[in-house]
Design a protein around this ligand. Structure first.
Ligand code: MET
Ligand SMILES: [Zn+2]
Length: 732
C-alpha cells in the first residue's frame, strides 16, 4: 500500500456541465443526431482538462477525477460495477448510459429521484437477486491517465458500496423481503477489482462517497458498513481509502468508520457537528469540510479556522476541504458583472470556494463583509387559521357553482418555441415592453379559448410570462438577485439558475394580478391565480445563511400573502399556491423532521390564511413520495390539493392517510413526464379508484403537474379525455 500523504487542501467534486453549459449542448446535439460520439467525447475531454488546469492554477493540492459524468454519477457507478440492466446495454458506455437514463426503443428509462436533500436527480439502480456484477474500471482509469498527461495527479472518486446499494431499488420480480443491500458481498468483489485496477495504475488515494451514512441507519446497515470497510481495508492491493460523508453529520456511523481500517474520513462540518474524539481517529486523516458546497456564500475564515483547530486535536492529520462536491454551485463568480458590488463581496461560486480551501490550508484567508442587518421583521407571526373547512367549502360552492369532479390543470401550458423567442427578444431589447405585453396577452387568450372549447371547469392563464416558477417571482421581489451564467445541473443536460436571496424580501408591486385579471376578463368560468409558495421559493434559491431559514421564509411568505390579497381584491376567486419542493427539504434525520414541517406549514399558512372563506385556495405538490408527508399536507389547510399520482400508478390512493385527508384532492390522472396520452377508459378507472378512497364531492380531475414541457397536440388530446372521463362519471 502506498504511503503518499493526503493533500492538505482538496475538494470532493466539481461541476461538470461546463462554464457555458458546453456539455449540455454537446449532449443534446448528440441525442438529436446532429453530431457524433467523437465530438461528444472531445467536449468532455476539453472540459475535464480545463477543470484540472484551473484547479492547479488556483493551487489546490488534491484535485479529483472521475467526477465528470456524461449523465449521472450513480448510473456511472452501476456501469463501473457492470450492473446496468441488460435491456439497456449498448455498444458504447455512453449509449448504455443514455438508454438507461432516457429510455430507448420503447423501453422506459430507469426511475429518477432527488439526490438526498438537493435539487440534483440521480437514476435509481435496479438490483435483484440475479444481478451480475463485473468490475469495469475503464472510466476512472482513463480519467486518471488523462490528468497525468497534463502532469496532474488526481484522486479518483467512486460512489461507495453501501450508498450505492442503499440508493438502489429491488429489480422487478425480486422476491418480497429482498433488499439490494443483501448483495453487498458480491458488490464488494467488484469493488475489490476496481481498487486493484486503480492500484495497478499507481493511484495513491481513492475517494469512496458514502453520503447515505448521514441519514438514520439501522443496526444491520451499520454492521454492513463495518463489514464492507473491514473487507476493502484488508486488501493488500489497493490505494489508500478516503471515505467521504456529506450533507450532515455521521452520528452513529462515525465510530463504525473510525474502527475500520480506512485511512481517511471526510466529515461535513458545515451541516454536521464537530465529531467526538475517538481513539480510532488518532491515526487517520480527517478531511474537514469547512467550505460549504451547498451555498454561494463566502466562508467566514475566523469560524472555519476555529473549527479546524477543534478537529486538529482529534485526528492524526487534518486536511481542508469543501463540505461536499461543488456540483451544487455555479462555476465562477468572475463572469457575473451585473451583480451589485456589495453582494459580490459576500459571494463565492465553485472557483472561489477552491481559493478559500487553499487559503484556509495556508492560513492566509482574508475577512468577509457582514450581511446586511434585516430592516423588516424576521420573527414569524403566530399561525393564523382560516374558518373551518366546512364553512369555507359551503361559501366556495355557492360562489363557484362547480360541477362534481371539476376538471382543472396545474398552471402552465406548453412553452412553445415562439414564446421562448419572445422572451429572448424582450431580454435583448428586440421587442419593447408594450409589444411583449401584447404577445403574452394573445397567448393567454389562446389558452383560455382552448380550455373553454375543451370543457375544462377551472381555467388557468397558462403562465406564458414565466421562464421558471421560482425565478419569475425572484425577478419581481426585492432582496433577490439573478445571475447570468449561474447554472447548476439538475439532471442529465438540464440545469437551473437558482436566484440568490441576499437581503430583505419585499414585494414592491403586484406581480401576477395583471395577467390573471386579463385571463378572467375573457371568460365566465373561474380562472385560478397562480403563485409559487414560500417553501419552494427558498428551496430553489440560494438563500442567505446568516439568518435562520424560518426567518427568511417568513419574509417570502409575507410577500406571497400580499399577492394573494391583491388577487382576491381584483376578483379572482381561486388562488393556487404551489409547493412542489415541500418534500425535498425534509431533513435526512427523522428527529429533525417535525421541526421542519412545523415551520414549512406555518410559512404556507402565513401566505394563504388571509384569504376569505369564499376564496378557494389550491396547492400543488409533485415528485411523488407525497404519501410520506400527507399529514403535513393536510395541515397546509388548502381547500384543494393536487398531487402526482399517474406516474406512480395511483400508489398514493392506497395510503390509509388518504382516507383521513379532509379536503379536496386531485390525484393526477395524466403523467406529464411522458408523451403518452391516457385513454378516457384509463382515466375513468383512475377516477373510480379515487372516488372509492374519497367522497366523490372532494375529488378533482387534473394532470400530475404543469404542461409546459409537453406539446399542444398531446395536451389537447389528453385534456379532451380528462373532460370525457369526468363527464362519464358524472353521468353515473
Ligand atoms: C413543478 S410544479 C409546477 C407548477 C406550475 N404551476 C406549473 O404548472 O408549471
Ligand atoms: Zn408539479
Amino acid at each position: 500500500m502506498p504511503t503518499t500523504p493526503f493533500p492538505d487542501s482538496t475538494i470532493l467534486g466539481y461541476p461538470r456541465i461546463g462554464p457555458r453549459r458546453e456539455l449540455k449542448r454537446a449532449l443534446e446535439s448528440y441525442w438529436d443526431g446532429r453530431s457524433g460520439l467523437a465530438e461528444l467525447r472531445a467536449t468532455g475531454r476539453r472540459l475535464r482538462a480545463d477543470t484540472w488546469t484551473d484547479l492547479r492554477r488556483r493551487g489546490l493540492a488534491g484535485p479529483v477525477s472521475n467526477t465528470f459524468s456524461s449523465y449521472d454519477q450513480v448510473l456511472d457507478a452501476a456501469l463501473a460495477l457492470g450492473a446496468v440492466p441488460a435491456r439497456y446495454v449498448r455498444d458504447t458506455p455512453e449509449d448504455t448510459v443514455f438508454a438507461a437514463a432516457r429510455g430507448a426503443d420503447g423501453l422506459p428509462p430507469l426511475r429518477m429521484t432527488k439526490w438526498f436533500d438537493t435539487n440534483y436527480h440521480y437514476l435509481v439502480p435496479e438490483i435483484g437477486p440475479d444481478t451480475t456484477f463485473r468490475a469495469d474500471p475503464g472510466k476512472p482509469v482513463a480519467e486518471v491517465r488523462e490528468a497525468r498527461e497534463l502532469g496532474i495527479e488526481t484522486r479518483p472518486v467512486l460512489l461507495g458500496p453501501v450508498t450505492f446499494l442503499l440508493l438502489a431499488e429491488a429489480a422487478p420480480g425480486a422476491p418480497d423481503g429482498f433488499a439490494p443491500l443483501d448483495r453487498l458481498p458480491d458488490v464488494l468483489t467488484a469493488y475489490e477489482e476496481l481498487l486493484g485496477a486503480l492500484a495497478d495504475e499507481g493511484v495513491a488515494w481513492v475517494q469512496l462517497d458514502e453520503p447515505a451514512l448521514v441519514a438514520d441507519r439501522t443496526p444491520a446497515e451499520l454492521a454492513a458498513t463495518a463489514a464492507a470497510y473491514e473487507r476493502l481495508g484488508g486488501l493488500t492491493r489497493r490505494p489508500a481509502l478516503f471515505v467521504a460523508s456529506y450533507f450532515g453529520g455521521l452520528g452513529e456511523a462515525l465510530p463504525v468508520l473510525a474502527d475500520s481500517p480506512v485511512e481517511a474520513i471526510g466529515v461535513d462540518l458545515v451541516r454536521g457537528d464537530v465529531p467526538e474524539a475517538l481513539p480510532g481517529l488518532r491515526d487517520k486523516v480527517l478531511v474537514a469540510g469547512v467550505v460549504s458546497g451547498r451555498d454561494v456564500w463566502r466562508t467566514d475564515p475566523v469560524a472555519a479556522t476555529a473549527l479546524l483547530d477543534r478537529v486538529r486535536g482529534i485526528a492524526g492529520q487534518v486536511a481542508v476541504a469543501t463540505s461536499c462536491s461543488l456540483l451544487h454551485v455555479p462555476y465562477d463568480l468572475a463572469v457575473e458583472p451585473d451583480l451589485p458590488a456589495e453582494l459580490t463581496g459576500r459571494l463565492a461560486f465553485a472557483a472561489q470556494k477552491v481559493d478559500e480551501v487553499v487559503a484556509l490550508a495556508a492560513g492566509t484567508a482574508g475577512s468577509v463583509p457582514a450581511a446586511p442587518t434585516p430592516t423588516r421583521p424576521v420573527e414569524p407571526p403566530p399561525v393564523v387559521s382560516r374558518a373551518p373547512y366546512a364553512v369555507r367549502a359551503a361559501a366556495q360552492a355557492a360562489r363557484l357553482g362547480l360541477p362534481e369532479l371539476p376538471v382543472t390543470t396545474i398552471g402552465s401550458f406548453p412553452q412553445t418555441a415562439e414564446l421562448r423567442t419572445t422572451r429572448a427578444d424582450l431580454a435583448a431589447g428586440r421587442v419593447g415592453a408594450a409589444e411583449y405585453d401584447g404577445l403574452i396577452r394573445a397567448e393567454i387568450e389562446r389558452v383560455v379559448r382552448l380550455q373553454e372549447r375543451l370543457g375544462v371547469d377551472v381555467l388557468v392563464h397558462g403562465e406564458p410570462e414565466r421562464n421558471d416558477m421560482v425565478q419569475y417571482f425572484a425577478e419581481h421581489l426585492d432582496g433577490f438577485a439573478v445571475t447570468r451564467h449561474g447554472w447548476v445541473q439538475s439532471y442529465g443536460s438540464r440545469c437551473t439558475r437558482p436566484p440568490i436571496l441576499h437581503g430583505d424580501v419585499r414585494r414592491a408591486a403586484p406581480i401576477t394580478v395583471g395577467w390573471s385579471t386579463y385571463a378572467q376578463s375573457l371568460t365566465d368560468r373561474p380562472v385560478k391565480g397562480m403563485l409559487t409558495g414560500p417553501v419552494t421559493i427558498v428551496a430553489w434559491s440560494f438563500v442567505r445563511t446568516d439568518l435562520p431559514l424560518p426567518a427568511v421564509v417568513h419574509q417570502v411568505a409575507d410577500a406571497i400573502r400580499g399577492e394573494v390579497a391583491d388577487l382576491e381584491a381584483a376578483g379572482i376567486g381561486i388562488v393556487q399556491v404551489d409547493e412542489p419542493a415541500l418534500r425535498e427539504l425534509l431533513p435526512l434525520r427523522g428527529a429533525e423532521r417535525a421541526a421542519y414541517l412545523d415551520w414549512a406549514v406555518a410559512a404556507y399558512r402565513q401566505a394563504t390564511s388571509g384569504a376569505g372563506d369564499a376564496t378557494q385556495i389550491h396547492t400543488h405538490l409533485c415528485y411523488s413520495d407525497a404519501d410520506e408527508i400527507l399529514t403535513a399536507i393536510d395541515a397546509l389547510d388548502a381547500d384543494v390539493t393536487s398531487i402526482e399520482s399517474a406516474r406512480s400508478h395511483g400508489r398514493i390512493l392506497g395510503e390509509p392517510a388518504v382516507r383521513d385527508f379532509a379536503r379536496g384532492l386531485g390525484p393526477g390522472v395524466y403523467d406529464i413526464h411522458s408523451r403518452r396520452v391516457p385513454s378516457t377508459d384509463e382515466i375513468v378507472a383512475q377516477l373510480r379508484a379515487a372516488t372509492t378512497a374519497l367522497p366523490t364531492g372532494r375529488v378533482w380531475v387534473n394532470p400530475d403537474c404543469g404542461l409546459k414541457t409537453r406539446a399542444y397536440p398531446e395536451v389537447t388530446a389528453a385534456l379532451t379525455n380528462l373532460v370525457a372521463a369526468a363527464r362519464t362519471l358524472r353521468a353515473g
